[in-house]
Design a binder for this molecule. Sequence first.
Ligand code: ZN
Ligand code: ZN
Length: 145
Amino acid sequence: MSAGRQGPEESGHPLNRCPATALMPPPVAGAAPTAGGTGGRARPLRCELAEHHRAEHAELLWEDDRLGGALWVRWTDTRMYRVMLFWCTASDELGDACGLFDNHPSAHSWRIVDTAEDGPPELPAQRGDSAPGEDSPPGGEASTG
Ligand SMILES: [Zn+2]
Ligand SMILES: [Zn+2]
């Protein structure tokens, strides 16, 4: 049991998300057969930690409710590995839990802002011609579970 709140720095200024990216190679043939795995495909990764963090980069692969954690992939310039990690137990003043793993480096997830995730902002520059606001999804990215 821990008493009191900890955190020497109380400045809540947001931090940029780490720009590191990588490609996770497909699973090696010959390993245990994975469900619904027809051939391998490299998976693009993007670090979910804050910029200038120490230790390895990290991205969440999938959550595992049974274990109360999630599978993460950690990588550096020279190596990459997957590891099951428990959730960070911290939560902000509003009660939002941190979306990162326990003992993660850098700031908690609610302080990390991702400036590149969303597309370019759509400015209402000129209006007058109202088109039917039905744009088709990108498509072609059906995930076969
Ligand atoms: Zn990173
Ligand atoms: Zn955290």
